[in-house]
Design a protein around this ligand. Structure first.
Ligand code: GDD
Ligand code: MN
Length: 375
């Protein structure tokens, strides 16, 4: 008797956790979609606004991409005298910096700086180093990856949002270059909608490293986070905590190829994200730049979704397995259902995998943070 009762309690707790795990993000998504996604931007945009832009490309062994990358910027529909490219290379061994110099000899009519770091200390170090060197002589700092490609009018459209006083950071929506992976697209579309809707409300805490931009005068005033593992999202969230809007927009796209081990990349990205949620707010308070806005609401729910919610699913699964071992037949239903959904429903699979990446990332952070963050 006692056994049956206790397994029943396990089952009930597990089912409640599962309901919470899927219910909260679902309700949040429906709320954003109904209330915010289709609203007009509360931002004064101006397509004739052409501030000076400094485009920083951090590189480590990017010989395959770097010339195409610079051609892509060169072809931007933007006044060339307002553009400057800064490549910050961390001791590449494949001739990346030489390719940059050679490219500039062929295309001398655009300003270009090459910063060569003698040793590799990671992307964060390189980017902060480059920003320090240029932030006093420009209006907008653009950060981008060597393997990310813009549309011809990307910079023009990015610039128009910075006309508005309230905007501090803008990031593009991401598309993948070879659209063979359907799951990747479903995943992207869902998140693009969430990020854009949050941006219409105030700001989104998740920004995309392949293309993000900041007002230089704000960086001069408040700086940027430099804790180990700080990256795209930490930069943007920090600016939002300083009281400015940090938005993802729906009319600027950046294209990224698939490459490298996807699993490693996804876990690395999840590590940067979880670190941002754990440390950016504290950092902003420590630096004395924190201001309370409605971004706080968005932050709380996204904090919950990234830091707390994944563990509910794991806990529920463990409870159900325990209960099954103890002979509960009820536990078999959600476990079988979960397994079926995992195999057949691809968006559900993507969701569950993302939860696993976040959990692995949080565990990995415990020891990675004490080492130098290489990337
Ligand atoms: N200078 C410098 N030094 N650049 C580096 C280093 C380094 O030690 N390590 C990587 N980079 C450069 C790469 O050459 C590339 O231009 C950019 O940083 C991003 O690296 P990728 O190898 O393309 O990584 P990704 O595709 O997984 O990047 C995504 O996730 C990262 C977070 O893990 C993007 O969103 C990145 O912007 C983001 O930082
Ligand atoms: Mn990349």
């Amino acid at each position: 008797m006692v056994n049956i009762t206790s397994t029943n309690i396990l089952d009930i707790v597990a089912l409640a956790l599962i309901a919470l795990h899927f219910g909260v993000p679902l309700i949040y998504y429906i709320y954003l979609k109904r209330k915010w996604l289709n609203r007009p931007w509360n931002i004064g945009v101006d397509l004739n606004h052409t501030p000076r832009m400094t485009i920083i490309i951090p590189t480590y062994n990017e010989a395959d991409f770097i010339e195409k990358k610079m051609d892509n910027i060169y072809k931007q529909d933007y006044p060339r005298d307002k553009l400057e490219i800064v490549v910050v290379d961390s001791a590449s061994t494949d001739g990346t910096p030489e390719k940059v110099e050679e490219w500039h000899r062929k295309n001398p009519d655009i300003r270009l700086k090459l910063i060569r770091e003698p040793v590799r200390r990671g992307k964060l170090y390189a980017v902060l180093n480059a920003i320090n060197k240029v932030v006093n002589d420009t209006d907008i700092i653009v950060l981008t990856d060597a393997d990310a490609f813009f549309q011809p009018d990307s910079l023009k459209h990015l610039a128009k949002y910075f006309k508005d006083e309230s905007v501090g950071a803008v990031t593009a929506s991401i598309k993948y270059m070879k659209d063979r992976n359907m799951i990747e697209d479903i995943y992207r579309e869902f998140y693009n909608q969430v990020r854009i809707a949050e941006s219409k409300k105030h700001s989104t805490p998740v920004h995309n490293g392949p293309l993000q931009a900041f007002k230089a005068d704000i960086i001069r005033r408040v700086g940027l986070p430099d804790f180990p593992g700080a990256d795209d999202s930490a930069f943007a969230s920090y600016i939002a905590f300083a009281g400015y809007r940090a938005i993802q927009v729906d009319d600027v796209w950046v294209y990224e190829p698939y490459r490298g081990s996807t699993l490693r990349r996804k876990i690395r990205r999840a590590q940067h994200l979880t670190l941002s949620f754990l440390y950016t707010k504290k950092h902003a308070k420590k630096k004395g730049v924190y201001r309370r806005t409605i971004f706080e609401h968005i932050w709380y729910i996204e904090y919950y979704l990234h830091i707390v919610n994944p563990w509910l699913l794991l806990t529920a699964t463990l409870l159900l397995v325990t209960s099954l071992i103890q002979g509960s037949l009820l536990a078999m239903i959600p476990l079988l259902l979960g397994a079926t959904v995992l195999v057949t429903l691809r968006p559900a699979k993507t969701w569950i995998l993302q939860q696993i990446y976040l959990i692995i990332a949080m565990i990995k952070n415990i020891w990675t943070r004490s080492e130098t963050w290489s990337h």
